[in-house]
Design a protein around this ligand. Structure first.
Ligand SMILES: NC(=O)c1ccc[n+]([C@@H]2O[C@H](COP(=O)([O-])OP(=O)(O)OC[C@H]3O[C@@H](n4cnc5c(N)ncnc54)[C@H](OP(=O)(O)O)[C@@H]3O)[C@@H](O)[C@H]2O)c1
Length: 245
C-alpha cells in the first residue's frame, strides 16, 4: 500500500489488541508510530521491537481521560517528528454493565474512556491539524453502535456517541482539509472482554465462537490511511463472516 510510509501516526490504546496490531502493521509499512496507553512497559517494548527493525517510534504513557496528558502526547509527537498525519482514537473499554445492576461508577468509567477519551484526542490534535491544513482522525466505534444487545446498552450508547461525534466533526473539518473516519469492527480477538475484570460467560463464549484476528482491523486502517488526500473514507463497518449479530 502507498501513502503510509513516513506518515506520523498517533495510536491510543496501542498496548494491546487492535491498537497494537495496527501499530505493528503500519510500522512494517514504514510509518512513524507514536504509541499511547497507560501500560508503559508494553508500549516501550513495541518501540524497541520497531527500532530493531530500523523503524522510528515513540511511546508516551497516556490516560485518554486526562486532557492534559492527551495534549502532552500530541505535543511530544510534534516535537519529536515535526508533524502528525493521523490520530487513531482507539482506546476503549467494555466492562459488563447490565442496567439492572445500577453500577453508576462503572457506567461513568465507560463513558469517560469511550466518549471523553475520544473527545480529548480530537481537541488535543485539532489545533495542529487546523494549522497544518491537513490531518486524519480515525475514531473506533463498534458494531454495537448499529445493534444493541441485551446487557450492553451502556457500551452501545458510547459507541453510538462516537459515530455522532465523528459525523459532526466530518462536516466542520472540511474547511481545514481534515479527514475523518469511523471504523466499526465486529467481534475481534483481543483483551477487550477480559480487560475490565471477569467477562460474563455469554460474552466469553460468543468471542470464542466468532472472533477473528486483530490483523483484520489493521488492514482496514491501512486502507483508510493509504487513500490519496482527496479521498475521505468516512465509515467502515465489518464483521467476522460467521458473526450474525
Ligand atoms: N475487540 C473487539 O471485538 C472490538 C469490537 C468493536 C470495537 N472495539 C473497540 O476497539 C478498541 C480497542 O479495543 P481492543 O479490542 O483492542 O481491546 P483491548 O485489547 O482491551 O485494548 C484496549 C486498549 O485501550 C487502552 N485503554 C483503556 N483505557 C485507557 C485509558 N483510560 N487511557 C489510555 N488507554 C486506555 C488499553 O491500554 P492500557 O490498559 O495500557 O491503558 C488498551 O491498549 C476499543 O475502543 C473497543 O471498544 C473492539
Amino acid at each position: 500500500m502507498d501513502n503510509i510510509e513516513n506518515k506520523v501516526i498517533v495510536i491510543t490504546g496501542a498496548s494491546s489488541g487492535l491498537g497494537e496490531a495496527s501499530a505493528k502493521a503500519l510500522s512494517a509499512k514504514g510509518a512513524i508510530i507514536v504509541l499511547a496507553a497507560r501500560r508503559l512497559e508494553r508500549i516501550n517494548a513495541l518501540v524497541e521491537e520497531f527500532s530493531k527493525n530500523g523503524k522510528k517510534a515513540l511511546a508516551v504513557q497516556t490516560d485518554v481521560t486526562n486532557f492534559t496528558q492527551m495534549q502532552s502526547l500530541i505535543e511530544e509527537a510534534v516535537k519529536k517528528f515535526g508533524k502528525i498525519d493521523v490520530l487513531l482514537n482507539n482506546a476503549g473499554i467494555m466492562p459488563s454493565t447490565p442496567m439492572m445492576d445500577c453500577d453508576v461508577t462503572t457506567w461513568n468509567q465507560v463513558i469517560n474512556v469511550n466518549i471523553n477519551g475520544v473527545l480529548n484526542g480530537i481537541a488535543a490534535v485539532l489545533p495542529y491539524f487546523k494549522e497544518q491544513k491537513s490531518g486524519h482522525i480515525i475514531n473506533v466505534s463498534s458494531v454495537a453502535a448499529h445493534k444493541i444487545g441485551k446487557g450492553s446498552g451502556i457500551y452501545s450508547a458510547t459507541k453510538t456517541a462516537v459515530r455522532a461525534i465523528s459525523e459532526g466533526l466530518r462536516m466542520e473539518a472540511k474547511d481545514y482539509n481534515i479527514r475523518t473516519t469511523i471504523i466499526s469492527p465486529g467481534v475481534i480477538d483481543t483483551e477487550l472482554p477480559n480487560a475490565s475484570g471477569v467477562p460474563d460467560q455469554l460474552t466469553k463464549q460468543f468471542y470464542q465462537a466468532v472472533a477473528i484476528p486483530a490483523d483484520s482491523f489493521a488492514r482496514v486502517i491501512e486502507f483508510a490511511i493509504s487513500q490519496p488526500e482527496e479521498v475521505d473514507i468516512n465509515e467502515i463497518l465489518f464483521r467476522p463472516t460467521r458473526q450474525e449479530y
